[in-house]
Design a protein around this ligand. Sequence first.
Ligand code: ASP
Ligand code: MG
Length: 409
Amino acid sequence: MAFYVQKYGGTSVGSTERIRNVARRVARFHSQGHQVVVVVSAMSGETNRLIALAREVQSNPDPREMDVMVSTGEQVSIALLSMALMALNVKAKSYTGSQVKILTDSAFTKARILNIDQDKIRADLNNGNVVIVAGFQGVDQYGNITTLGRGGSDTTGVALAAALKADECQIYTDVDGIYTTDPRVVPEARRLDRITFEEMLEMASLGSKVLQLRSVEFAGKYKVKLRVLSSFEEEGPGTLITFEENEQMEQPVISGIAFNRDEAKITVLGVPDHPGIAYQILGPVADANIDVDMIIQNVSHDDLTDFSFTVHRNDFNNTMNIIREKIQPHIGARDVIGGDRIAKVSVVGVGMRSHAGIASKMFRVLAEEGINIQMIATSEIKVSVVVDEKYMELAVRVLHKAFGLEQVL
Ligand code: ASP
Ligand code: MG
């Protein structure tokens, strides 16, 4: 007998028919004697619909009221799933985040979980119930409803698994696991049986959208055993996210190719090479709450250097204005240039730690296709390059092949 927290995403509960399917799957686990806590998202499209409604009424919706509203999507799903289980003669009970209670801070629309009460859930499980909890939401110390940011139901699932010490947190979604890259770009992409937590963190942060990044961080911190599976296929092992590196002899050096079209690059040209310059450039950007990803500064010539960095594409215009108006005149930089038609492509793998030559192989493969590399950044387990957006898919395909990641048929 095991104890599972299972999370079902929006497409898995997208219609009453699909909710009945989820109920059948949960009922099967329950009848095998396992204890199950289920976390669900809102029915697909519902959160977007609610956000659009809010914007019709208030151009910049009040965050507290926004959370009161968007949390209703999940409330509908939990009740429907509970009813669907009852219709199968399974004892079930649903709770909203505040009923549980999932205590969060008061940062509306992006709250963080502080504590989870376990008493009701444990009592219900011990009475033979399946317990269903609304994802994405909680309550602050003053009783205000909060939400955890888009995709936050993953984090609810992982947090519940951590708090209740579940044997495994199973994330059911519309793909059957984590792939070597997006199969829509590379049809030969292969499902991974296992991926290490660190690789998953890189893949998630580099734009592989299967899991909310925060949920992966949470799983790492609390050592939650996490598995991604399909809710549409009957059986399948999915992908297990492991903590120790797989000690197989033939461990692949590279686990996957991640990519991201959400970035824009900005270069400040002819910057005086003096102490404090990097801070003078990025300080005002940080003050405007803009996240910076890659940062590159070369050695200087004649006391002048160029300083480049990337930001989210949505922040591009805002960042350019800040640099042009607040920074360039101050530091006496020659010019500011930028572009938002870029993409970041990364090879990821813990095996890189013990293998030389991954970066040079990556650069050779891109050169053979005539793809120009605009920026480069590395960490212990990844090499990222910025290329022109129009070459992104080509770059992903040739790298996927060169690193031998295709399906072995
Ligand atoms: N329903 C929320 C969203 O669409 C939370 C989630 O699905 O994880 O972002
Ligand atoms: Mg999701």
